[in-house]
Write a protein that binds this ligand. Structure first.
Ligand code: PQQ
Length: 560
């Protein structure tokens, strides 16, 4: 029996399976499993470990999916492994052949695969989708998302929504056009495509393959000057979430291209936004923009997680720009917005009536035109730095504690603008930057955030920037990894760290938990990488005592 829609939507790990990135497409990363709990977690021990092998030991950001005693985990460099989930025995592996000249901006990462029926499906760094038979690893279908030579890549885990395979694209640093696409998961055939830059047309295909217009996303030239919308970025690079209750898929969109805002006056929709898409039609039902006319690479790609509060279906996002947003999941209306990091200099707050930030104009990098060094006068100090109050590492929500667990970072940057012109396949930034730590003793902090009050209920600080996702469980536990190589567990109510294990390399992936043969397991991939070592400058050195890695770690309680 294969994986069905119904199973994917309703099962978190209670059934023993992890069927989607995020646990369920809703993305709460909450498992009701409680055999491992605050009382016994100190006994948690390795059950097995598996090396991804070779020289490709870096950037393991992947979340495994687990079905019927089998684990499917992607490694960096577009690899996928099928493992026996109880023993770690390798069943098969698939290594996608990558061409020379791929252009992922932020390391050779992949964040995971989707399961549907008898298939396991993942996206590759050369912007293709690959579907394999779960049993054998045999290729079922393969299709191109877009042209890697134009700067397109793909790093996100696809999700299944209402029987469709939903994917985004990466390439915001190269002036690609962001979009969300729906395919038939059995064949890879396109069902609809929805660009996330205002002015671009969407399309639908009927059963016979006839292409139909599906409307323009926004109004051409309304919020972009001239032709800039044609290469507008807003990449949907972190993928999305889906809530069967609202029928909407939620995708975060990245920075507008290029980075410098003096060239592109206007809000530059739908960059740095959450877009809610009706999965039946591929239309944008609502959008909420956290950073209009972004000038700091405050990419709004982060995950939007729906939850219930006071009888209402809401959704929350911890944005790279440092604000935590709570919206009505059906209408997109702003309910609450508050900082989840201590230092935000680009805006003094968010106007809850208009939903717009109150900008601090002097902290926006300016126009460098005519300056002798090409940047003079445009340089400012801004916080958060462009790597964000939170980046790719997904947060978790516990319906038991009603708290979000947010892997956050405190840092700032010097940022300046530079002249830039679009050239296909070339970096399209028009800005330079240096990330700066703000505190001697910490950059990272795992924070328990109350979405109702905006209060930080507890935090666990980390010397280095946190880059791994979070899991919370019915055992009153929160699990997360650190760049120093630890997988940690804390009491979900108090933040007291109750267990930790050294995995041998920095952890930049989200943990999962599942149950089989009556035993509960916890797993995380270990292997330092992602954007921090590439772009973090001096802050990356805070973790230079650790080496690269590529290992899947699995833990359980001893039998007696
Ligand atoms: O605009 C984009 O297309 C895009 C893509 C990606 C990516 O695909 O990993 C990242 C970013 N932007 C980005 O801004 C960023 O900070 C980032 C960090 C990481 C990572 O995996 O550590 N990826 C990306």
């Amino acid at each position: 029996a294969g994986v069905t829609d119904q199973m994917i939507d309703t099962e978190s790990s209670a059934s023993g399976n992890v069927l989607s990135w995020g646990g369920t497409p809703q993305g709460q990363r909450f498992s009701p499993l409680n055999k491992i709990n605050t009382a016994n977690v100190s006994k948690l021990t390795p059950a097995w470990a598996f090396s991804f092998g070779g020289e490709k030991q870096r950037g393991q950001e992947s979340q495994p999916v687990i079905y019927n005693g089998r684990m499917f985990i992607t490694g960096s460099y577009s690899r996928l492994y099928a493992l026996d989930a109880a023993t770690g025995k390798k069943l098969w592996k698939y290594e996608h052949r990558l061409p020379e000249g791929i252009m992922p901006c932020c390391d050779v990462v992949n964040r995971g695969a989707a399961l549907y029926d008898d298939l396991v499906i993942f996206a590759t760094l050369d912007a293709q989708l690959v579907a394999l038979k779960q049993d054998t690893g045999e290729l079922a279908w393969k299709t191109k998302i877009d042209d890697y030579a134009a700067g397109y890549s793909a790093t996100a885990a696809p999700i299944i929504a209402n029987g469709l395979l939903l994917t985004g694209v990466s390439g915001g640093e190269f002036g690609v056009v962001g979009r969300v696409e729906a395919r038939d998961p059995k064949t890879g055939k396109l069902v609809w495509t929805r660009p996330t830059v205002e002015g671009h047309m969407g399309y639908m295909w009927d059963k016979d393959g006839t292409k139909k217009e599906n409307g323009v996303s926004g109004t051409t030239n309304q919020t972009w000057p001239g032709d800039l919308w044609k290469t507008g970025g807003a990449a949907t690079w972190l993928g999305g979430t889906y809530d069967p209750k609202t029928g909407l898929a939620y995708f975060g969109t990245g920075n507008p291209a290029p980075w410098n805002s003096h060239l592109r006056k206007g809000d530059n929709l739908f960059s740095c936004s959450t877009v809610a898409i009706d999965v039946k039609t591929g239309k944008i039902v609502w959008h909420y923009q956290g950073t209009p006319n972004d000038s700091w690479d405050f990419d709004g790609a982060n995950e939007f997680i729906t939850f219930d509060q006071d009888g209402k279906r809401l959704g929350a996002k911890a944005d790279r720009n440092g604000f935590f947003y709570v919206l009505d999941a059906t209408t997109g209306k702003l309910q609450n917005a508050f900082p989840f990091v201590k230092k935000i200099t680009w805006a003094s707050g968010v106007d809850l009536k208009t939903g717009r930030p109150n900008f601090v104009p002097e902290n926006r990098p300016g126009d460098p035109t005519g300056s002798a060094d090409g940047k003079k006068g445009s340089e400012v100090f801004a916080a958060p730095g462009f790597l964000g109050g939170k980046n790719q590492m997904p947060m978790a929500y516990s319906p038991q504690t009603h708290l979000f667990y947010v892997p956050s970072n405190e840092w700032g940057m010097e940022i300046w603008n530079e002249p830039v012109a679009y050239k296909k396949g070339a970096a399209y930034l028009g800005a330079g930057f240096t990330i700066k730590p703000l505190n001697e003793d910490y950059i990272g902090a795992l924070r328990a955030v109350d979405p109702k009050t905006g209060k930080i209920v507890w935090e666990v600080k980390d010397n280095a920037p946190l880059w791994g996702g979070v899991l919370t469980t019915g055992g009153n536990l929160v699990f997360w990894g650190t760049p120093e190589g630890y997988l940690k567990a804390a009491d979900a109510k108090t933040g007291k760290v109750v267990w930790q294990f050294q995995t041998g390399s920095g952890v930049v992936a989200p943990p999962v938990t599942w149950q089989q043969n009556g035993e509960q397991y916890v797993a995380v991939a270990s292997g330092w990488g992602g954007a921090v070592p590439l772009w973090g400058g001096e802050v990356a050195k805070r973790v230079n005592f650790l080496e690269q890695g590529g290992t899947m770690w699995v833990f359980k309680l001893p039998k007696n």
